[in-house]
Design a protein around this ligand. Sequence first.
Ligand SMILES: O=C1O[C@H](COP(=O)(O)O)[C@@H](O)[C@H](O)[C@H]1O
Length: 232
Amino acid sequence: MSYTKHEYSDGAALAAALADEVASRLAAAIYARDSACIAVSGGSTPKKFFEELSTRELAWDKVKVTLVDERFVPADSERSNHLLVAKHLLTNNAAAATFVPLYYDAPSIEEAAVIATKATAALDKPFDVVILGMGGDGHTASFFPHGDNLEQALDLTGLCRVMTMKAEGAGEERLTFSFSSLSDARFLALHIEGQGKKDVLEKAIAGSDETEMPVRAVLNRAASPLDIYWAP
Ligand SMILES: O=C1O[C@H](COP(=O)(O)O)[C@@H](O)[C@H](O)[C@H]1O
């Protein structure tokens, strides 16, 4: 278990600090490899961080943005993580970035996952930056408690790919990068806010059953050190 905790007085301070860190990681990647790739989470937590990051000065035309996970809904759905990123991150300076989606309008989610795996195979690995979130049930990306594909998704010896996930707590069917695709990011962060999520994190740290709280895989087995960002 290797992680560093960063705590802030409020969400605005966290968003600014995380945006500074991520912008500097992306700039370093561009300097080293002339391109950068970031995979971000959806949900409600990252909005302020996205808005901050979108204003940072960077060669955004060299940045590829993708999602760690997505609901199997079209990009114009209010439930779409793509829509969230389009509204809050791919704006201001970051409008010049290229977005690589996980959702495709395929006859089945399984076919969409195959298309997404092919489309994202072109992204440089390891990812320069991966920002994970966490739900109140201990899910991260779309690694949901008792998900039908959870064991394969968390298998670090498995292929880097986009997988499907169905779980009672997930609402829609999900598309998610496998853990092997995310775990070795050059900068791997978990962004959570609120006392409730802090309590969930403490519970995750105290136990070991990944089926019950899949975020434990990230805490215990990620190939890269984890930076945890928290604000009340
Ligand atoms: O379903 C999802 O939820 C988590 C956490 O979302 P939040 O609304 O509690 O911040 C998110 O990390 C994930 O990407 C998303 O698909």
